[in-house]
Design a protein around this ligand. Structure first.
Ligand code: PMP
Length: 404
């Protein structure tokens, strides 16, 4: 043992809480760090395409806010969000098919904060929480801080399958679902499944937390309505400006019955008082100027083009094999790849990163709460130029051939 004569001026080893202490389980981060070399083509990230950021419109709105509301923009504001924004968001959601009042909207600092808040609101250590299988990794990480007992819901090639939900749901307080262009699979559930999910929630008496960041990023056809149209009394919907405007704004919002909005307001006061006033006012101004309608078709166009490019490349280059399949999303940012059962996607990833034209993706095991499927992978296509999408898929195909 070495002795130290610092007289307690060295940084001591901190004693962290059970819940808060770093788990050091970020295998994904370790792998993707390997992939951060500039020559690596990355299908790993979940970033929206910066091409889709409406720089000019945001500049105009920001200038307007400073010129007309400057002092207010730099001041503290209401915990629920500034009224113009809540009103504009309620109007936007109503126009999109689900009547919403401003009082049913609460602004949060990105939907990631929303996930954390709902977990804290509903879960005690050991509380039963229902999640899709697979589901969004970042949500699992947020929920884990509340130490629930995860129960994986039955999912098939059409996404969540409520018909197969049964006794495992009894006693759960909450189900976390992404009915539209799910992360990581890109799948959406149809109206029948949405109705059935509402029925199951009533039968087993759980709340639905619907995460809907990709609902507006449809390529052609508008998707089915939010779960709030099917179970308004027990659905909490989380939406975000991250995919349609700017993730750097850290601006998300809840829509929920008043009893939930009131509880969330109290919690948000304790957490961070409110979401940044300035970005809320800029966003409100963008919405008032109808930016969404003017801008979204452009964003949808970029995503559709990239999705088609990757789907064509997968069809052209991946080995023909009955157990190699992938999803064909109609919106959003992700394709889910399933490989033969003996292929471990983490091993495939390591080989792909070492290839002549190196490529990275996220191995699918990380998206499962309890029972990982190691022969799966998530491919993200929106930030990769088309010629690199093709080159990257070729690498995956050639490398995969050696694993078969
Ligand atoms: N939910 C899902 C399903 C996501 O994919 C993301 C972003 N990757 C988030 C929530 C978090 O989004 P934000 O905090 O930027 O609103």
């Amino acid at each position: 043992m070495t002795t130290c004569d610092c007289k307690n001026t060295c940084t001591p080893t901190p004693v962290f809480s059970q819940i808060g202490k770093p788990k050091g389980n970020s295998i994904i981060q370790d792998i993707l760090a390997l992939a951060s070399r500039p020559e690596v083509i990355s299908f790993g990230g979940g970033l929206p395409s910066p091409e889709g950021f409406p720089l000019e419109a945001v500049k105009e709105a920001a200038d307007w806010v400073i010129d007309n509301q400057g002092r207010r923009a730099l001041q503290y504001s209401a915990v629920e969000g500034v009224m113009e924004l809540r009103t504009a968001l309620a109007h936007w959601e109503t126009e999109n098919g689900v009547p919403t009042k401003p009082e049913e909207v609460l602004v949060c600092s990105g939907s990631q904060q929303g996930l954390d808040m709902i977990a804290r609101l509903f879960l005690d250590p050991g509380s039963k929480m229902l999640v899709e299988s697979p589901t969004y990794l970042g949500a699992l990480q947020a929920f884990q801080l509340s130490q629930p007992e995860f129960v994986e819901l039955p999912c098939d090639e059409q996404g969540l399958n409520p018909a197969a939900m049964g006794e495992e749901c009894r006693g759960a307080r909450l189900a976390y679902v992404m009915p539209t262009f799910q992360n990581p699979t890109g799948r959406s559930i149809d109206v029948e499944r949405r109705k059935l999910l509402a029925e199951k929630a009533r039968e087993y008496d759980f709340w639905i937390l619907e995460d809907n960041p990709y609902g507006q990023i449809y390529y052609d056809e508008k998707p089915a309505l939010s779960m709030r149209a099917f179970a308004p009394e027990r659905t909490i919907t989380l939406n975000t400006m991250s995919k349609v405007l700017a993730p750097g704004f850290r601006l998300g919002y809840f829509m929920a019955p008043k009893i939930i909005i009131d509880a969330l307001s109290e919690m948000k006061t304790a957490i961070d008082l409110h979401t940044a006033t300035y970005t809320q006012l800029i966003t409100a101004r963008c919405l008032e100027l109808d930016l969404m309608k003017k801008h979204l078709p452009y964003v949808r166009g970029i995503y559709k083009q990239h999705a088609e490019c990757m789907l064509n490349a997968l069809e052209t280059y991946l080995p023909k094999h009955p157990q190699i399949k992938w999803t064909h999303p109609k919106g959003g940012m992700f394709i889910w790849l399933e490989l033969p059962e003996n292929v471990d996607a983490t091993e495939l990833l390591k080989a792909c990163i070492a290839a002549e034209v190196p490529v990275a993706f996220v191995p699918g095991f990380a998206f499962y709460a309890n029972h990982p499927k190691h022969n799966t992978a998530r491919l993200s296509f929106v930030t990769v130029p088309e010629e690199k999408i093709v080159a990257g898929v070729k690498t995956i195909a050639e490398t995969l051939q050696k694993f078969l």
